[in-house]
Structure formats: C-alpha cells, structure tokens
Design a protein around this ligand. Structure first.
Ligand SMILES: Nc1ncnc2c1ncn2[C@@H]1O[C@H](COP(=O)(O)OP(=O)(O)OP(=O)(O)O)[C@@H](O)[C@H]1O
Ligand SMILES: [Mg+2]
Length: 415
C-alpha cells in the first residue's frame, strides 16, 4: 500500500522531529542550494555572526578531489557580490580566471622573474597600531618563512638576530615598508649597536643570523626570486569586487606553502590598508600552507584576527587529516590543526574516503548517521556544520555559473 506523502513546513517539521529536522538558518544571506531535509539553504557568516549563531565568520571546506569544493567557493563569491561583498583569493591552480573575467577583472599572475612583485612585509600601520606592533608582525612573518624554509624551529639566537634585522630594515625603509632583500642584507651586515645590545660582537651576530639569511635569500636571489622580493609593483588594481592571486606557475614548487603564506600576508596588509570590511578571503588548496608548521601557525594567528578586521576566511582542503598530515597524535601540529578548526565555526564537508571517516567524525563530533552519510555524498552535496547545527545541502549551480566553475575541461567538460 502506498502511503501519501505528508507535506508540512520546515518549522512544523522541526517541532515534530526535534534534533532531526532543522528549521534552517533564516532567509538573510546567499542561496547556496537545497537543504535535503526540505527548503532552501541560505547562509551568510556576517549575518549569522551578528545574530549570535556563530562566534567567528571563518569556514573550512573539505572533500575528496573533484567533489565540488572550488565550484561551491566560486559560485558563493559570485552570489555574495550581489550584496556588495568583495573577495580576495589565493589561487594555486590558476582556476579562478573565468570568475575574474566575468567580473571584468584580471587575476594577478605571480611567477618567478615575472612582472608583478608583492611585498609581504607591507604591514600597514593603522587602527591604532604602533611601530613596535608593526615590527612584531613583520618579524613573526619573517620567522615563519625562515622556519618553513629551514624545515625546523629557529634557535633563540637566530630569532634575536632576525628580530634585530627586521627592525634595522624598517629603519632603512623609513616611512616605506622594508623588503625581504633588506632583511637579508641586515642579517648579513649587523650593526655594532645591535651587537652591543645583545652583549656580543658583530661577527657573532652575523654567525647567529647567517643560516636564516641564506634560506631567506632563496626568495630574493634563488629559484623563487622576483615575486616577493621588492616593493609591491605600483598600479595593481585592488578596488574591484574580486582580487585573485594566481600562483599556478609555482604550484609544483616544494615551497608552495611558503609562497602562499607570502601571498596571504600581502593580501591581509592590502586589505587593512583599504579599510575594507566584510571581505571574504579564500585560500584554495590550503593544505599546502598547513603542511608547514611555521606558516600554519602564522595562518592561525591571522585567522584569529578575522573578527577585528571584518574578514571571513575560507580554507579549502582535501581531507581533515590534511590538518594532521605532519604531526603525530598530541603533537604541536595536531593542536594547531584543531585550533584552526575551532576558529572555523562553519565546516562544509564533501564526500570523504572510508579511511578518513573515523578521523572526520572525531574532529567534527559527528553522529553515526552523519558519519555514514559522508561516505556516499554525491558531487555537489555537502554536510554543513554551522556552529552546533547540521545541514545536508545540495549545492545548485546555474548554467552561467557552471561555465565559471568548470575544472573538467581536460576530462571533456562537466556532465
Ligand atoms: N554542484 C554541482 N553541480 C554540478 N556540477 C558540479 C557541481 N560542483 C562541481 N561540479 C563540477 O565538478 C567539477 C569539479 O569540481 P571542483 O573543481 O569544484 O572540485 P574540487 O572539489 O575543487 O576538486 P579538487 O580537489 O581537485 O580541487 C567541475 O568541473 C564542476 O563543473
Ligand atoms: Mg578545487
């Protein structure tokens, strides 16, 4: 016997089946797609933050290859633009060109020896920042880059030498921002005042900072030169609705994480200089940054500033274990990864491989039903965890959007 379908509103359904059926997140925001338990699914981190549903606006998007993570991000940005929201994207695979084209802007192509340079040390004073706070931020970034290049933590004496070199480079640059070559020069030519301050000699101080200088030199004179080793190229258009930094020329470089961190640092300083609010900052293929403990730590610190800066960060990963890939249980890396997850209250999880399910369930505190679902989600369907609430959402694309997000061209186009 066929039982007739029962039709009701999601509000009634939520009351009839508490903890099973959700009533949605409200109607303010962009339409993402269809809530598979009924109704449309609408989301906006800024609105939900103001409503007290979220305590931070950041998002992690994770899922197996080709499940629609980047497509979701692209169409989400496109839809957010209707509300005047701007987006800044780090694009390691060079796949946001069509989206930029639709907006009438050109991606900024970064490649070794190319025509565009960005200065990651451009920490712009403002919002009551004093000079020492700016220097501290520059030192933190330089130390993260140096640690990632060296593949180990800095020794206390190396950190002190770097700190002094960043300060000295700041003095050389006067009103402008110091550059990485200036920091390398300052490391290789320490001042007697700085040496006296540390009760040491200039030759000792030079020896302390030498390894750091030689590693940072790679970004200045080595195979990675010509992208982050000078003042920012004048005339970059930053006022459009979308800024894309295309890093595809260095996608296969082992230093991709370091380069993405440089790009992220520059984006953040440029964003702050524009006093822009309610901007979405996307790091696609963020696993590359997270693979380096030092740059991951720096990224997490930036994540924490998101509320103060009015920035909603989005990181795109393959597996949640990308967050764990370089650390053993209980290690610093794992703590850091969990911190980043805690600082991203919206988690969108596309299909995960069977080997990942257990870890995803533990990290995201998933119910057995949710864990079971993750194994079989089809392309475009994601489990949304928004604060403590869960939704199963089918992301719908319009024909126009499909053309903007297609990464299947080499496979003969999207079905
Ligand atoms: N919701 C959807 N509806 C229809 N097609 C989709 C949808 N989402 C993605 N696609 C198609 O699937 C293909 C792969 O999507 P996408 O590039 O977003 O995957 P991804 O998860 O970012 O993969 P990768 O991990 O390799 O970066 C695209 O060509 C896109 O057109
Ligand atoms: Mg992708």
């Amino acid at each position: 016997m066929k039982v007739p379908a029962h039709v009701t509103t999601t509000r009634h359904l939520g009351a009839a089946y508490p903890f099973v059926a959700e009533a949605g997140l409200g109607a303010a925001g962009v339409l993402v797609g269809r809530d598979l338990l009924g109704g449309a699914f609408v989301y906006d981190p800024f609105v939900l933050y103001r409503a007290g549903v979220l305590t931070n606006p950041n998002m992690i998007v994770a899922g197996q290859i080709g499940r629609g993570k980047s497509s979701f991000v692209k169409s989400y940005l496109w839809r957010q633009a209707v509300f005047g929201r701007r987006a800044w994207v780090i694009d390691p695979k060079g796949e946001y060109g069509a989206l930029a084209g639709a907006w009438g802007v050109s991606p900024v192509h970064l490649r070794p020896g190319g025509p565009v340079r960005l200065n990651p040390l451009e920490a712009i004073p403002g919002d009551g920042d004093d000079v020492s706070a700016v220097n501290r931020r520059r030192t933190e970034l330089s130390a993260s880059l140096a640690e990632a290049c060296l593949g180990r933590s800095l020794l206390p004496r190396e950190r002190a030498a770097l700190d002094l070199a960043v300060n000295r480079a700041g003095e050389w640059a006067r009103a402008g921002a110091p550059t990485l070559p200036m920091v390398v020069d300052a490391l290789l030519d320490p001042s007697s005042d700085h040496a006296d301050g540390l009760r040491t000699t200039t030759s000792e101080l030079l020896a302390d900072g030498r390894d750091v200088a030689l590693e940072l030199r790679r970004l200045v004179h080595g195979d990675l030169r010509g992208m982050f080793d000078g003042p920012t190229t004048p005339g970059l258009r930053l006022d459009g609705p979308l800024v894309v930094l295309d890093l595809s020329a260095v996608y296969h470089s082992p230093a991709l994480g370091v380069l993405m961190a440089c790009a992220a640092a520059w984006l953040q300083s440029a964003l702050r200089a524009q006093h822009d609010h309610q901007v979405i900052l996307v790091v696609d293929e963020a696993w590359a940054i997270l693979a380096d403990l030092a740059v991951a730590r720096w990224l997490q610190a930036s994540w924490k500033l998101s509320r103060a800066w009015g920035v909603a960060n989005m990181a795109v990963l393959h597996r949640l274990s990308d967050l764990h890939s370089v650390g053993s249980a209980g290690s610093q890396q794992v703590g850091l990864a969990e911190g980043l997850l805690a600082d991203s209250e919206t988690r969108v999880i596309y299909a995960q491989s069977a080997s990942e399910l257990e870890r995803s369930a533990a990290l995201l505190d998933l119910s057995d039903t949710e864990t079971g679902l993750l194994a079989d989600l089809r392309r475009g369907v994601g489990l949304w965890k928004v604060g403590s609430r869960s939704f199963l959402v089918e992301h719908r694309l319009t024909a126009r959007e499909l053309a903007l997000v297609d990464t299947d061209a080499a496979m003969g186009g999207s079905r």
